[in-house]
Ligand binder design. Structure first.
Ligand code: NAD
Length: 257
């Protein structure tokens, strides 16, 4: 599968799944645009490292995905966007009555609204190029719920709906829109949930991983960032040209339960 000549913009890609996707896109020959809200030397070094390893063009563009104008400016600054991967995301865990309003607003802005803004900016570029792929990183929590993650689950169900609408609005064009629904992947986002869960349930790290996190993942294994990247590359292939408006679960059987 060669994505040579295509430019992939991956939001929230200086870490975790986004970085894994960027690496697999570059391995497939795409030029990549990495992004996060920071503007550190390490961010730009990540892009340089990918460019050197895969012989592709790779850039890092700072943009805060909680800011609608910045979301649209990211796509404009990229200059081309054949492949849009909406991946930026944050998490907060609390019962609804204690859930801070600011956290709710930030999660809806970063995990859901950013994808609306980047998609709105990218579709005209895809139409002009005569080809496009939108891949939204939803979650098993875009299809099922868990307690204490109200904002995250609302945002992830929302992005599955946005994916379907994007697919219908582009259905007669060579553009597709799909969502990947990962189960648990051991990234910094998931690592950061372990200490609180250990405290909440008075459990060891190993017990939290096995009995809480992977409780609903029948494979009893974390999915990997490479598997997310491989699935994203598949969705950009010719074999996936008629796959649109759907979700692909990479969750070790979670949503089969
Ligand atoms: P992560 O914390 O490693 O990565 C999140 C990325 O989003 C980082 O690059 C971070 O810098 C970026 N980000 C956060 N706020 C941002 C902002 N305001 N503007 C721009 N970028 C911002 O976490 P991850 O696990 O790799 O998560 C990536 C995506 O995958 C998220 O949408 C998450 O909901 C989803 N997901 C993760 C899992 C999992 O188990 N790790 C499961 C299902 C879905």
């Amino acid at each position: 599968m060669s994505l040579q000549g295509k430019t992939a913009v991956i939001t929230g890609s200086n870490s975790g799944i986004g970085l894994g996707i960027a690496r697999e896109m570059a391995r497939a020959g795409a030029s990549v645009v990495l992004n996060s809200f920071t503007d550190n030397e390490e961010d730009h070094a990540l892009a340089r490292g990918i460019a050197e390893e895969h012989g592709v063009e790779a850039r890092y563009i700072q943009a805060d995905m909680s800011n609608p104008e910045a979301c649209r400016a990211l796509i404009e600054k990229a200059g081309a966007c054949d492949i849009l991967m909406n991946n930026a995301g944050i998490q907060h865990v609390a019962p609804i009555e204690d859930f801070p309003t600011a956290k709710w607003d930030a999660i809806i802005a970063i995990n859901l609204s950013s994808a609306f803004h980047t998609t709105a900016a990218a579709l005209p570029m895809m139409r002009k190029a005569g080809w496009g792929r939108v891949v939204n990183i939803a979650s098993a929590h875009g299809l099922t719920a868990s307690p204490y993650k109200s904002a995250y689950i609302a945002a992830k169900h929302g992005i599955v709906g946005l994916t379907k609408t994007t697919a219908l609005e582009t259905a007669e064009e060579p553009i597709t829109a799909n969502a990947i629904c990962p189960g648990y992947v051991l990234t910094p986002l998931v690592e950061s949930q372990i200490p609180d869960t250990m405290k909440e349930y008075d459990m060891s790290r190993e017990d939290v991983i096995r009995d809480v996190m992977l409780k609903r993942q029948p494979s009893k294994e974390f999915a990997t960032v490479e598997q997310m990247g491989g699935t994203a590359v598949f969705l950009c292939s010719d074999a996936a040209a008629q796959i649109t408006g759907t979700t692909i679960s990479v969750d070790g059987g979670w949503t089969a339960l």
